[in-house]
Structures are given as C-alpha cells and as structure tokens.
Design a protein around this ligand. Structure first.
Ligand code: URA
Length: 233
C-alpha cells in the first residue's frame, strides 16, 4: 500500500470510518441529484370555501361606490355554509350588521333565524348574504349606482355556493335578482328559475316585525322551500 493511501486510511480511521462499501448503489451516495420538479400549482378554486375567500379578497376594502364615505363601519360579506343548498338574500346591512360584520344579526335577523329553524335547519346550514355589502346611511334604500357596483359580488357568491333554492327576502332583493319592478305582492307565492337555482321571493323579516299577519304567507313559502330541498316537489 503506498504511503499516501495509508495516510488517507489512517485519517478516515481517526474519523471513526472503519471500512468502505464497494456495492454500486453505495458509490452513488452523496452524488448531487437533480432537484425534485416543483409540484403542480394548487388549483385556485379547490373548494367553495376557498372560492368565497377569493371573492372576499377581490372585494377588498371596497371603495367602488360612495357608501364607503358615508359612515359604513365594515363590509358585511356573507355568512354560513359555503356548500349550502339554501341561500337567503337580503337588501343591505343595518346598524347591527354594520357593527358585527355579519348579515341578519339584528331583530330582523333573529326572526330570520327562527324562520330557518322552523324548517329544521340552523343558520350554519344555510348561506346568508345581501345585495349590498355596506350599510346605507340611515338604512335608506340602496341607490342604482351602489347596486351596480356591488351586485356582481353577490352573483359570484351565488355561483360558487350553487344553492338549490334562493329565498329573496323582501321587495328590494327580489326585484334586483329578478330584474323586475313588479311589487313583492305580485311576485311572492311564485317560483322562478334563477341561474341554477329555484328562486322564491318572500316578505322581508323586518316587514314581518311590523306586520305579523304576513307570517302565514312566509310560512307557506318556507314549506315550499322545504319540499324542494327534500325533493318532494
Ligand atoms: N336587513 C337586510 O336586508 N339585511 C341585513 O343583513 C339586515 C337587515
């Protein structure tokens, strides 16, 4: 053994190496290998929940209409099951919703919760949103330029939740979704094909607080909703 090789082996011995392997697979150990290819990009919309998150991000800290200068505290996007079969659409946040950031949490909202429970569901089972995401000052009616800027976000919410049934709460939501000026008394009690859903217009819970006798008609509407959801129609 030549001196150089002896010195090398003694040095390895000092390092605790007491032998070498000659099998081919050991010879390639430590060789640099090509880096693993990057994984395929994650699809943008891999669930309804992620899609809704993206829509909320697109809405951002919205300044598209004048409502952001008129005292809104926060944007009220939507709440509930992103995969719901049943979706409720109201008009716009009121004072309580503006504070809490969630649709239908005030007195009208508490009545809506009871309406939902009356057909055996909970708020967590359905999806709830409004046409307008910011509170109009003094709860005035939303104006056409505000609707024009905001409704595309509602349409995207509907298209991603893909409910079987949409309940339009009150004249404003029903007229906006159905593109009609017909009064709610004319369109309530009827069903409309809307995007991939069946749209049922009914009275707004705030109207029911003022006119409790109208609860009977809303109950009729909700029985119809339940029948459609249970495939009993
Ligand atoms: N009225 C609505 O139309 N929406 C709400 O979120 C609250 C009250």
């Amino acid at each position: 053994m030549n001196e150089d090789l002896r010195a090398h082996l003694e040095f390895f011995e000092e390092l605790g190496i007491d032998g070498v392997r000659l099998e081919p697979e050991w010879r390639s150990r430590g060789e640099k290998t090509a880096p693993e290819p990057a994984p395929d990009p994650v699809p943008l919309f891999h669930s309804e929940k992620d899609a809704l998150k993206t829509i909320r991000e697109d809405l951002g800290d919205c300044t598209r209409c004048k409502l952001h200068t008129l005292g809104r505290k926060q944007i009220v996007f939507g709440v509930g099951n992103p995969d719901a079969d049943l979706m409720f659409v109201g008009e716009a946040p009121g004072a309580d919703e503006d504070i809490q950031g969630e649709p239908f949490v005030g007195r009208a909202g508490q009545l809506l919760t009871k309406i939902i429970e009356a057909i055996g569901l909970g708020r967590e089972d359905v999806y709830i949103a409004n046409v307008i995401k910011c509170r109009p000052p003094g709860n005035r009616n939303p104006e056409p330029d505000e609707v024009e800027q905001c409704e595309p976000f509602l349409f995207r919410q509907i298209d991603n939740v893909k409910p079987k049934v949409i309940v339009a709460l009150g004249k404003f939501a029903a007229q906006c979704l159905l593109r009609t000026n017909d009064p709610i008394t004319r369109i309530r009690g009827r069903e409309f094909k809307y995007r991939d859903a069946i749209l049922i217009p009914t009275y707004h819970p705030a109207y029911l607080l003022r006119t409790p006798s109208a609860k009977r008609e809303v109950w009729e509407d909700m029985k119809r909703v339940r029948a459609i959801l249970n495939d009993e129609d």
